[in-house]
Design a protein around this ligand. Structure first.
Ligand code: WT7
Length: 651
């Protein structure tokens, strides 16, 4: 074994950081000894309308789960995110937007943001949206996303943002589950020079959804799109005609703020429900600390607005702190792979937060596209979405960060709302690939398969003891599934679905999902969801989906497909199945490899033996373990044989 690679906190960094090593130790200890006192202090960051009297009322008991924070406090999220910055910053930039096409940009000041939020809130009110109603947002990465989310929460409505790369079918399912009253979308989106037909998708989704009374359409490209008078209205016209002030609605800390869908290991995507008070406290305070944000910094998170990364650390975190941030509509490789670096140079970005998959893709282009640009403004780098491999980490550190910038590897989930494990940059030396140490108030537990909590170094399941304010409260319409998924596996703990290793220094390294979820380019895909999409194809009898190591995506989607009698294996049919999945879920779910399997290995109870399929997909043909449980002998040999043939053919 090599000596462990450690990158100390850069010289001079700790001196002006919000948290240095000594402060981390002290604060962490006190946050665990008396979590209520710690979070009460953090909650002072929020402007409450009615102060709360009790900090927490929580227990991780599957028979009596309770997660309530600041419960009798009241507040309004948009006042905290927008209004309170106006006295000092009305004319300063809140959002520095860069369009997909180079050269197309817009600056939105805090004053302009506030004006649009108030007006759109009035528009929504006029459309009959009130406290607790759900508004679905299906927009490209444009400033109107911020406006739409803030307009919802100003009137106590709940936003449900759906990634604009999702298909109309995915949108439809999410609208139906939430019973949304209004949909906010755009005529079209633009990504990497390609047009995304958002209004067209939206129309298809809404056609079957009587809960949607109105569709608000933002003009993004100005294309001619179908328009239903009476149901549809143009955003720009409606906002221009609306009153410029909307009284913010007082909501309770435990009232819902938003719903966000994510894939699980079984069944359909689950709508995680986040509430107002606890989420805002955790998001706002942790964002400032983990990115070590100071007045004057320019922050950029590259995540799409459809993911929790963007909700917490691109939208709520920066807005709550009155920070200026970059918003980029496009992709890192278009028109060429220096696009991101040119944006960093142009806006003097000082804090940059992205995903390992993008870094791996850009790494392949070599240093040329980076060298053309001045990245000396960068001070802090962040990573999120999947474990970052040490090679990508080193490239990020040396080539992008010039060896000067700490890397904040943030481990968290849609369910956790905000960060759980993170090397706070002024406090914790980096070890490449390790999300390092618990955030304040967070108690990690490494739990083995028998449910034993490990002491000291070792490997196991990533669990957490005790609640934190940002965590999701339930799954919409399915509290029982919420309890069963996260709290029943290891009673007393929240179970993440990830594996973890803790080293002798108490550093944590996440090893990836241990359930039937595949992390593809930092996006979660449920194998069951993929299988049901594939199996709905008329030629398909059955399918099994597993992840396999992929150089850029981290994991790729490998689909074993059994055809119905009378259908012949062909490359054309493979392409058709891939297109079928894209159409049903979205391009991110496209299978990378489709392998025909006349039969799938199952045990006598009919359960598919994924362990074997996963090994074969990784081209690992040894040590299948005990195959005596496979009901039909020869099935495994056949699958291995076919895989070997495919590999030989592709060489
Ligand atoms: C899953 C959560 C957190 C927002 C982005 C994804 C993986 C996330 C890390 C990290 C190792 C990570 C986990 C987790 N993950 N961040 N820094 N190191 N793994 O949110 O879509 O809810 O996915 O992403 O597997 O469970 P999400």
């Amino acid at each position: 074994m090599n000596a462990p690679e450690i990158y100390p906190v850069p010289p001079g960094f700790a001196a002006r950081a919000h948290v240095d090593a000594a402060a981390y130790e002290r604060l962490y200890r006190s946050s665990i000894d008396d979590p209520d006192a710690f979070w009460r202090g953090q909650a002072a960051f929020i402007d409450w309308l009615q102060p709360f009297t009790q900090v927490s009322d929580t227990r991780f008991d599957p028979d009596d789960l309770r997660i309530r924070w600041f419960a009798d406090g009241t507040l309004n999220a948009s006042v905290n995110c927008v209004d309170r910055h106006l006295p000092a910053k009305a004319a300063q930039p809140a959002i520095l937007w860069e369009g997909d096409r180079a050269g197309e940009s817009r600056t939105v000041s805090w004053g302009e943001l506030a004006d649009r939020v108030n007006r759109l809130a009035n528009v929504l009110k006029g459309l009959g949206v009130g406290k607790g109603d759900v508004v679905t947002i299906y927009l490209p990465v444009i400033p109107e996303v911020f406006v739409a989310m803030m307009a919802c929460v100003r009137i106590g409505a709940v936003h449900s943002v759906v990634f604009s790369g999702f298909s109309s079918e995915s949108l439809e399912n999410r609208i139906a589950d939430a019973g949304a009253k209004v949909l906010i979308t755009a005529d079209e989106g633009l990504r990497g020079g390609r047009v995304v037909p958002l209004k067209h998708n939206a129309d298809r989704a809404v056609a079957t959804q009587p809960s949607i009374r109105h569709v608000v359409v933002v003009r993004r490209t100005g294309a001619e799109v179908p328009f239903s008078p009476g149901r549809d209205l143009w955003y720009d016209e409606a906002v221009a005609a609306a009153e410029p002030w909307c009284e913010p609605v007082e909501v309770g800390a435990e009232d819902p703020l938003f719903i966000l869908y994510t894939s699980g290991s079984t069944g359909k995507p689950k709508g995680l429900v986040h509430t107002t008070g606890g989420y805002l406290v955790h998001a706002g305070t942790s964002w400032r600390i983990i990115f070590d944000w100071h007045e004057g910094d320019v922050f950029w998170c590259t995540a799409d607005v459809g993911w929790v990364t963007a909700h917490t650390y691109k939208i709520y975190g920066p807005l709550l702190n009155g920070a200026t941030s970059v918003l980029f509509e496009g992709v890192p490789t278009w028109p060429d792979s220096s696009r991101w670096w040119s944006i960093i140079e142009r806006h003097r970005v000082s804090i940059f937060y992205t995903a390992p998959t993008a870094l791996r893709a850009l790494m392949r282009e070599g240093e040329g596209p980076v060298a053309k640009h001045d990245l000396s403004s960068l001070r802090v780098l962040g990573s999120v979405g999947e474990p970052i491999n040490p090679e990508a980490w080193r490239w990020y550190h040396a080539v992008i960060g010039g060896g000067r910038c700490p890397i904040v590897d943030t481990y968290w989930q849609t369910e956790t709302g905000a960060v759980l494990l993170v090397p706070i940059p002024g406090a914790i030396p980096n070890k490449p690939g390790m999300a390092a140490k618990p955030y304040f108030g967070i108690r990690p537990a490494v739990v083995d398969a028998q449910g034993q909590v490990l002491d000291g170094p070792g490997e196991g399941n990533m669990c957490f003891a005790g609640s934190w304010p940002g965590q999701a409260r339930t799954i919409l319409h399915d509290h029982e599934r919420f309890v069963r998924t996260y709290f029943a596996p290891y009673p007393g703990y929240f179970f993440t679905g990830d594996g973890v290793r803790r080293d002798g220094d108490g550093y944590y390294r996440i090893s990836g999902r241990v359930d039937d979820v595949i992390n593809v380019s930092g996006h979660r895909l449920g194998t069951v969801e993929l299988e049901s999409a594939i199996s709905s194809h008329p030629a398909v009898a059955e399918s099994a989906v597993v992840g396999y190591p992929h150089e850029v995506k981290g994991h790729g989607v490998f689909a074993y497909v059994t055809l119905k009698e009378g259908f012949a294996e062909s490359d054309e049919l493979r392409r058709e199945i891939v297109a079928w999945v894209r159409e049903r879920i979205g391009p991110i779910a496209s299978p990378d490899i489709v392998q025909w399997a006349p039969a799938l290995p199952k045990n006598r109870a009919g359960k598919i033996l994924r362990r074997i399929l996963t090994k074969v997909a990784a081209n690992d043909f040894q040590d299948f373990g005990d195959t005596s449980t496979v009901a039909e002998p020869g099935v495994v040999d056949d699958i291995v044989h076919r895989r070997r043939q495919e590999l030989a053919g592709s060489n």
